[in-house]
Write a protein that binds this ligand. Structure first.
Ligand code: AMP
Length: 399
């Protein structure tokens, strides 16, 4: 992941694990499930007057923290506008496979003054292409990119109105959640998973019919670039986010093998977020990958990503630990992954361990090897054993 982020000129940012509750209330939105019922919040007992009673929260997501840091440290002055993070997030959800109360996200944000191009559809396409590259490089196949544009605040006001109207005559036939949403936040109706409600939801007006000209153009350009870099996507007009500072592009990557919790990652544009948090105008777009789900999607092909040791070094006999340590140090400098045994282990046991941990080679370091400078290098897959001079070891292993 770090390699991919580097290729796109992203830099790592680490924000605190907890921040003031108000940041999340404003940055994520009071009316979201996250803020309304899922946050771990407590009152600080600090002795300083300024700390006392301050409400603090374990971060439920990381975009608010990144944008807070962007504003507080004027990161735009330092040209830092492409940032990525990796770390734990906390939400009080009902745990199940792929859904945990402490989970891990890997995410990135592109944020900056519009003059720096942060509003450009090229950024949206770049982010989506980066994600396709990430998943492909991890060997994750069968992902689907679902894409939508939710326009700007004006479009959504008109859309909300239309939704409310359309829901009025049918809401009574829907689930209780939808009956409430139809009044308070009609966009959230699209989150409904109740099968009986789906035919009604299918017939509701779509946001795409309400996009103004600049938003429509922006979306067209995102799609045009994606086609030109051959990143496949599906338009999904049900993919919406309810908050005012979410704008235009919204997306999700899903994976068939994950079951009910099938979203590996989600993201979108938030052109109004910086201002909502008291900062300057700074259009932005970002995503958060659920690392736990990514690992679940990976597990079938995990062999490919978990690097096994290249060599197990078996020190043979008294005094050989220190010699083995020297050989290990030399080889590790060549980026060879080494696991070390102990001089008290019998050779048979060492070879068994070496096979068990999946090492490619076992290297025997005994008196003999040291005095002659020639080592026995055993290929554990084929059983073939070769005598290799010390100076050739790294090359022999790497070839
Ligand atoms: P969100 O921040 O809600 O947009 O979620 C982004 C991604 O984080 C989702 O697509 C999931 O992969 C992951 N995610 C969200 N909540 C959880 C959770 N409770 N447990 C595990 N992964 C989660």
């Amino acid at each position: 992941m770090r390699d991919v982020f580097r290729a796109y000129n992203f830099h790592e940012i680490r924000t605190p694990i907890f921040e003031s509750t108000e940041l999340f209330a404003r940055g994520v939105g009071e009316e979201t499930d996250i803020v309304a019922k899922e946050m771990y919040t407590w009152e600080d007992r600090g002795r300083a007057q300024s700390d006392k009673g301050q409400s603090l929260t374990l971060r439920p997501e990381n975009t608010a923290g990144v944008v807070r840091a962007y504003i507080e440290h004027k990161l735009w002055d330092r040209g830092l506008n492409k940032l990525y993070y990796m770390g734990p997030q906390f939400r009080r959800e009902r745990p199940q496979k792929g859904r945990y109360r402490q989970f891990y996200q890997i995410g990135a944000e592109v944020i900056g003054p519009a003059t720096a191009g942060s509003e450009s559809p090229a950024r949206d396409a770049e982010i989506l292409e980066l994600l396709a590259t990430l998943l492909d490089r991890l060997g994750i196949k069968d992902w689907t990119l679902e894409l939508n544009s939710i326009g700007c605040a004006n479009d959504r006001a008109a859309y909300n109105e239309a939704l409310r109207k359309a829901l009025e005559p049918v809401a009574a036939q829907m689930c209780v959640d939808c009956q409430r949403r139809a009044v308070t936040n009609p966009l959230r109706v699209f989150d409904c998973k109740v099968p009986e409600d789906q035919p009604i939801i299918e017939k509701l007006p779509r946001i795409s019919e309400f996009l103004d000209e600049p938003c429509r153009k922006h979306f067209e350009q995102v799609k045009e670039i994606l086609r030109s870099v051959a990143v496949e996507f599906q338009e999904n007009s049900r993919l919406v986010r309810g908050l005012d500072y979410y704008t235009r592009t919204a997306f999700e990557f899903t994976h068939g093998a994950l079951g009910a919790q099938n979203a590996i990652l989600g993201g979108g544009r938030y052109d109004g977020l910086s201002e909502a948090l008291g900062g300057p105008a700074a259009p932005g777009i970002g995503f958060a990958i659920g690392e736990d789900r990514l690992v679940l999607a990976l597990s079938e092909s995990a062999e490919a990503v978990v690097r096994k040791p290249d060599v197990y070094i078996a020190p043979l006999g008294p005094g050989m630990n220190k010699e083995a340590a020297r050989v290990a140090r030399e080889l590790r400098r060549h980026d060879i992954v080494i696991e070390l045994g102990d001089e008290n282990f019998r050779l048979k046991k060492s070879l068994e361990t070496a096979s068990k941990i999946g090492a490619k080679y076992a290297l025997i370091a005994g008196e003999n090897e040291l005095s002659t400078g020639v080592f026995a290098l055993k290929n554990l897959a084929t059983g073939e054993q070769k005598a290799v001079p010390r100076t050739d070891l790294a090359r022999a292993i790497q070839s």
